[in-house]
Ligand binder design. Structure first.
Ligand SMILES: CSC[C@H]1O[C@@H](n2cnc3c(O)ncnc32)[C@H](O)[C@@H]1O
Ligand SMILES: [Zn+2]
Length: 437
């Protein structure tokens, strides 16, 4: 018998890689935060002894979900400015609120709320873009969740930095500080083509190549963004980013609701990634990313919620379902974005976009043990013919019972192990009073 840290015996295991495999009555073996074996339960019981052993008789085990585009601390603005188009929402509501209230405390409390919500919903990794990224990183570290914390750049001054050089400098210092962190990575995160000029983008590209960091950016979110840029420069934003040399396998383009067929072909050839945020795009009426066409062209498409002020939740189960349903409607094809594709978008495709596919995104030997358990015995997911179908089309995030990140239990039978809920509730209530006033 080999003694290991954790044995999880599960009714179903959906490793995501290889694709379309669902294992029954199998056991995931975790030691030192990594997956060291995946084998039939009867064999596991002969071979291993777990310091901790879980029997999940009604559950499916999956890789943790990867939310590939968030503004975590924006949970504090959930529901504060609903039912508006992007530019009105941003310029007349969100940016003025951020200008008034942005602080370390705002980001700390908002990120704590986001992390609690994400863990409860089976998200084990998030790719963030927000002010005070050092605070986001500190809170991710505190709660034990994996995070890609964007080194933000935007042309206008904010309480975090006074100009683009200062953003880049502060970002580099944070990258240096976190360079060896086991759970936190630091891609560059210039906000959008309409808020970051050529010079900082060129600097970012040079540094990103040097440091081997991805670049995460909002791109082609609305028709208005394209029209404004065409009027100003005669160019579509994506064309400008190609000319600046940004579009390559390290580039993560968020939204991409406005794409011509030629743009899809060129983007596919570049090896860059798309993060689709279907619910934010629907709520702001931004447009529809042609996901089926992009996937058919060979583009890696991941999934994100965007911030809770434009979604209004951080629910990757909801996002998978919306991506599958909307993808069919946009393609006019019921076979587009089947359940397994939606699940891959929320797991391995996110890992590929973030450059973390050797570490996370599937339950594969040697990868980090970022794992979630989903209880499929709920009436809402019965009868059960196909676990993947139930997870994408019928299950809710409340069915997530347990969450591990790098082998550490962050959710135990729906109890958050690293969050003081009463304290968090009090802080959120205080922010509500301030922001509403
Ligand atoms: C530089 S920090 C991030 C910045 O982005 C704003 N933001 C939030 N959601 C969106 C979106 O969907 N499109 C564009 N910008 C967005 C957020 O409020 C921060 O100012
Ligand atoms: Zn966004």
């Amino acid at each position: 018998m080999t003694v290991v840290d954790t044995l999880i015996h599960a009714r179903w295991i959906i490793p995501v890689e290889p694709e379309s495999v669902t294992l029954e009555h199998h056991t995931l073996v975790i030691d030192n935060g990594r997956i060291i074996d995946l084998l039939p339960t009867d064999l596991a019981q002969q071979k291993y002894q777990g310091t901790t052993t879980e029997n999940l008789d009604n559950h499916a085990l999956l890789p943790g979900l990867i939310n590939s585009h968030t503004h975590a601390a924006m949970t504090l603005m959930r529901g504060i400015a609903d039912d508006l188009p992007l530019m009105d929402w941003l310029a007349n509501h969100i940016w003025p609120l951020e200008q008034k209230w942005m602080s370390e405390a705002f980001v700390k409390d908002g990120t704590d709320l986001a992390i609690a919500e994400m863990i409860l919903g089976g998200t084990t990794c998030f790719n963030d873009m927000y002010f005070f990224p050092e605070i986001t990183a500190a809170q991710a570290n505190h709660h034990g969740i994996r995070a890609s914390v964007g080194l933000i750049v935007i042309d206008f001054p904010t309480v975090w930095a006074e100009n683009s050089d200062a953003y880049i400098e502060k970002g580099l210092a944070l990258h240096e500080q976190l360079r060896h962190h086991p759970l936190i990575s630091t891609p560059f995160a210039p906000h959008a083509p309409y808020t970051v000029s050529d010079e900082p983008l060129q600097k970012i590209k040079t540094l990103a190549d040097e440091l081997e960091l991805p670049i995460h950016m909002h791109v082609h979110e609305t028709q208005h963004e394209i029209e404004q840029q065409l009027e100003k420069t005669g160019q579509r934003p994506l064309q400008r980013l190609h000319e600046l040399g940004l579009i390559d396998p390290s580039f993560i383009a968020v939204h991409m609701t406005q794409l011509t067929d030629d743009e899809i072909i060129r983007f596919a050839e570049s090896g860059a990634h798309i993060v689709h945020c279907p619910e934010s795009n629907l709520k702001l009426a931004s447009g529809f990313c042609p996901v089926a066409k992009c996937i058919a062209a060979g583009i890696n498409v991941a999934l994100g919620t965007d911030g809770a002020a434009s979604n209004n939740d951080l629910d990757m189960f909801g996002e998978m379902r919306t991506a599958a349903l909307l993808g069919k409607a946009v393609a006019g094809d019921a076979s587009a974005i089947p359940a397994m594709t939606a699940l891959r978008m929320a797991t391995i495709n996110g890992a590929k976009a973030l450059g973390l596919h050797n570490e996370i995104g599937s339950l594969s030997l040697g990868k980090a043990a970022d794992v979630i358990a989903v209880d499929l015995s709920h009436l809402e997911t019965q009868p059960l013919y196909c676990p993947v179908s139930q997870i994408v089309y019928a299950a809710s995030r409340q069915q997530v019972t347990d969450v591990w990140v790098a082998g550490k239990r962050l959710l135990k039978q729906r109890h958050l192990t690293t969050v003081n809920i009463d304290e968090l509730r009090m802080k959120i209530a205080e922010w509500r009073e301030r922001l509403a006033g």
